[in-house]
Design a protein around this ligand. Structure first.
Ligand SMILES: [Zn+2]
Length: 87
């Protein structure tokens, strides 16, 4: 079982999104979604919901799980893609 860094509830790997530390286009640390759960390095686990991402940001859990990371735009983009266009 893994713990979601947003709501801190435990879930299985398949229920959670794996986030890894990478860099964005300007070379700053950024969180990336590891869709295949295979990327090397330290990972953080999050429910694939905007609510849990919001909680993780509020609690600064992203920066603790993935040191130095504050850019989560790639994660937001992925969640938006799954939830579809907002009405
Ligand atoms: Zn959660």
């Amino acid at each position: 079982m893994r713990t979601c860094i947003g709501c801190r509830k435990t879930a299985t790997r398949t229920q959670l999104l794996r986030l890894v530390k990478s860099t964005n286009g300007t070379g700053e640390p950024a969180a990336l979604v590891d869709l295949r759960r295979r990327m090397p390095g330290r990972g953080a686990w999050l429910h694939p919901t905007p609510d849990c991402l919001r909680l993780a940001l509020k609690r600064r859990a992203i920066g603790r799980a993935l040191p130095g990371v504050s850019d989560v735009s790639a994660v937001e983009a992925q969640l938006a893609k799954w939830s579809g266009p907002s009405e």
